[in-house]
Design a protein around this ligand. Sequence first.
Ligand SMILES: [Fe+2]
Length: 291
Amino acid sequence: MTKVTIEPVKEHIGGIVHVDRAHVCDDDVVEACREALEDRGVLVFPRANFSDAEQLSFTDKFGERVSFTGTVPGGEGESEELYKITLDAETNPEPEYVLGTFFWHMDGVTIDQPLPKATMLSARKLSPTGGQTQFASTFAAYDNLPDEEKQAIDDLKVIHRMIASMRPLYLEMPAERHERYTSMATEMVHPLVWTQSDGRKSLVIGTHADEVMGMSISEGRALIARLTEWSAQPAFTYSHEWQDGDFVVWNNCGVMHRVIPYDSDCGRMMHRTTIMGSERLGVPLKQLENA
Ligand SMILES: [Fe+2]
């Protein structure tokens, strides 16, 4: 008998995982989920109700767990690999890092390490309004570009900066944090089009994408904005309406995500774990400048 079935949501993105929670960490189930993640981009385990220990067990079965948020509020709890995403002021006195997730992004792009392969969220407390997490397949976005546009962007490189992902919040952010968010990350240069080890191509874009090398700032940002809008069209996106206890996994290497704004005092809480990727995609800008 098949222990797990994955029901597609849309042609290009999304899968609902049907599995008995007693079997979720079985080798064959985890392998089926790994394969489905490549095809579906986002996997939803409806009302899985995992405890932290169960989420960590599944995460560890799935791949190599990684933490890259030890220096931001919510990232220094009992387990540094389990990051608490909330705007609740008691847990998170510096909300900017989470407010930045209102905008399309990929995780871990401005860190000098392989891009995280997958991000996993458990819903612990929902917001009464807003709070849907949206996903956009940049595999589908690239695949469906006209050939001449693919050729025009295939060899471009982009400088990614943490401060760029904070730019939408810049005017409401205390000035002393500008330097903090600049210094806590690395300016990274990534290819705009990522040819992955299986030959598929995805776009590496999001609010952190700051400058296209060889273009003026305005021309480069306009290109990124157009590609972001293209990627966010309904055919390539899935919007997750959370239910209590939902567990969601996405392929951070080919999917952008964002959250629909929610009230900061509603107590919304997600517990996040992250899987390390295997490919070091870009290089620090400094390394290029010194070469
Ligand atoms: Fe994120």
